[in-house]
Design a protein around this ligand. Sequence first.
Ligand SMILES: [Zn+2]
Length: 128
Amino acid sequence: MTKINRQKIYKHMSYTIKELSETLNISEKTALRWIDNGLKIIPGGKNPILISGSDLKEFLINKDSKKKLKLKRSEYYCLSCKGPRRAKQGSIKKLKNKKNGLCHVCGSKISRIFKPYQKDYKIPPSPA
Ligand SMILES: [Zn+2]
């Protein structure tokens, strides 16, 4: 994926989908998907759709920070704390492909879905 250069966006400007795709070198489809994903459009005329530079910057910053969030094996995403948290000791309940627990900071319910294992990997027997 191409890296998006936020510096190219001017806060005081507004952009149409076409301008947006040209400025950031993304497809118009991507720009429309961003709107679906919460990018604000300037209320009023729907044709053409206009997006303010400041909203766009904000959206891209949030988008990036979400991407950076990587949970460690023992971490869960807490919706109340809005961050990675460990579960309280003894609070974890294992389900089929999910673990539920309680946030060790605020006590809210946290859960994490695990992808099912691809295959049971068995160590080949070593030659005797
Ligand atoms: Zn929490």
